[in-house]
Design a protein around this ligand. Structure first.
Ligand SMILES: Nc1nc2c(ncn2[C@@H]2O[C@H](COP(=O)(O)OP(=O)(O)OP(=O)(O)O)[C@@H](O)[C@H]2O)c(=O)[nH]1
Ligand SMILES: [Mg+2]
Length: 508
């Protein structure tokens, strides 16, 4: 065996293996050198195991760091470091032990760890020893072949136990050759320092890269967050926009609804006004068709009673209990009442007695009754009690002609009341007139013989329907005979009477 001048130098091999392989190797060595115990010894050095073996006259010290599967990376590093330090005296090389040519995951991991700790330089001083006492693989694993290739073919086998001197010699020869080729000093401290420096640099670089990566990830996360926030803001803005659009749509719809409502209200107001105008104009039109009648006569002759009954019957109205019809109070002021009778307005102006005992007219009452009878008077109704014709009644026509003018009689009808009291049931009014005082007959004649009768009293009230009908028919004929025109006394201007009517209406 050529030692290349290195026989004098002590060789230390750091054995890289799992405990099982180390045990097998120790047994093999014991088997091989058992009878030459002086050539083999085992000892412990700190946590490491050391085997001194003298082969072919050379002392080779094997250092084994006990590596366990569950050791942490840091623990493994510490064990390896202490083992390396313990081989300080001698040429340091590495020996990987495998069983039966199997390069398992555990061994691969150890080689990775070796490289990580000692650097790639360590592989220049690594030899692989396959212990083949048991089963052996037919074909070497690719990764083992790759490792053997990196180790420049340094792969030895010990095929059985004990090992032959050739097998052990081949191992030593291979180591010698390795040292010759790669540097006789073996793996040195400076190589380790360099490896550590590189590792530190790598670590630093790695950390830097990691930090850069972290920073990049943070930036990416931040950008993502910003993007998410922007998207969420954009979404919110979009939602807000559509909400506003919806609100505007609603407002517009409400406004339209409001406008429509307002328009319909305006329309309602317009049509109401138009209706009012129409009613006003209709009312004005109806003025033409109004028949205005002034009731005249002595106090107590029955003007108010007759007037009320006429209005009731003409308007087709009737009291709930006609037996309870109240006797009216004596009339003190002129009063206008009207009713719609057969499509035309019938206006009755009730009056008190218009003259005093001396025959002097009450001018204010005269003006009042004329004012209230506007747009008439069309007819004067002279109310007389049946069976009563005193001096008062005989002078009455004269007074009235003084007040209203001589032609007033042409617009006058006579109405007899109290026929129930003073007329025999079978007696007709015509008979009564025919047998009446000459003065009464004269009065009736002057009034165009237009006389009528009305029963106000309860017992004969049924008669009042045809009586009122007869009376109204007579009134209409009289109005028609004057062409629908009203009577004018010419004593008072129309303006004065209108103004007076207004004042009375306002007063009431
Ligand atoms: N029995 C009967 N009584 C009547 C009739 N007409 C009126 N009277 C009554 O006669 C009284 C006087 O009637 P009024 O209607 O107040 O007479 P007036 O002409 O209005 O009297 P003044 O208002 O004072 O001018 C009342 O008590 C009436 O009830 C009638 O036809 N028959
Ligand atoms: Mg009266």
């Amino acid at each position: 065996m050529s030692h290349n001048g290195m026989t004098d130098m002590k060789q230390t091999m750091m054995v890289v293996s799992m405990e099982e392989e180390w045990s097998s190797f120790k047994s093999l060595l014991q088997d091989s050198f058992g009878d030459k115990s002086h050539q083999l010894s085992f000892r412990s050095l700190g946590p490491n195991q050391v085997c001194d073996v003298t082969m072919d006259g050379r002392l080779v010290t094997l250092h084994y760091a006990v590596l366990k599967q569950d050791m942490t990376e840091e623990g493994t590093s510490q064990a390896v470091d202490s083992c390396f330090k313990s081989c300080a005296h001698g040429i340091r090389t590495f020996l990987l032990l495998i069983q039966g040519g199997r390069y398992t995951k555990k061994e691969r991991r150890m080689i990775e760890m070796l490289q990580a700790y000692f650097g790639v330089e360590a592989l220049k001083y690594l030899s692989v020893l396959s212990l083949e006492g048991g089963t052996v693989v037919d074909v070497l694993d690719d990764s083992l072949l790759e490792l053997i290739n990196v180790c420049d073919g340094r792969y030895c086998r010990i095929t059985g136990s004990p090992a032959t001197s050739d097998e052990l010699g081949a191992l030593l020869e291979m180591v010698d050759y390795m040292l010759t080729e790669n540097g006789a000093a073996g793996y040195t401290e400076s190589m380790l320092s360099e490896a550590k420096r590189r590792t530190t640099e790598d670590t630093a670089m790695k950390m830097l890269r990691q930090k850069v990566q972290e920073a990049e990830e943070k930036e990416q996360a931040f950008n993502q967050l910003v993007q998410q926030q922007e998207e969420s803001r954009a979404r919110e803005a979009e939602e807000l926009k559509s909400k506003h659009a919806e609100e505007r749509r609603k407002e517009a719809a409400e406004k339209r609804q409001y406008e429509t409502k307002r328009e319909s209200l305006d329309e309602a107001v317009r049509s109401h006004r138009a209706m009012l105008q129409l009613q006003t104009s209709t009312a004005n039109d109806e003025d033409v068709r109004k028949t205005s009648v002034i009731l005249l006569g002595l106090s107590g002759s029955g003007k108010s009673s007759a007037g009320n009954l006429i209005l009731e019957r003409a308007g087709n109205q009737y009291s709930v209990n006609e037996n309870c019809r109240d006797s009216p109070e004596p009339t003190l002021a002129c009063e206008r009442k009207e009713v719609l009778a057969e499509g035309s307005r019938l206006i009755l102006v009730d009056t008190p007695e218009l003259w005093d005992e001396d025959g002097t007219e009450n001018l204010e009452l005269v003006k009042d009754c004329l004012a209230l009878s506007l747009p008439g008077p069309h007819v004067f109704m002279l109310v007389l009690q049946v069976g009563r014709f005193t001096q008062g009644e005989s002078e009455m026509l004269g007074h009235l002609q003084k007040i209203f003018g001589r032609e007033f009689v042409e617009h006058t009808v006579v109405l007899f009341t109290r026929c129930d009291d003073n007329l025999h049931r079978a007696q007709r009014i015509t008979d009564y007139v025919a047998g009446a005082h000459a003065s009464l007959q004269d009065l009736i004649r002057k009034c165009g013989s237009r006389y009528y009768v009305l029963n106000v009293r309860n017992s004969q009230n049924a008669l009042s329907y045809p009586q009122v009908k007869d009376l109204l028919s007579g009134i209409n004929k009289l109005v028609a005979s004057h062409g629908g025109g009203c009577y004018s006394t010419r004593r008072f201007s129309m303006e004065e009477l209108k103004e007076r009517k207004k004042v009375i209406e306002e007063r009431n």
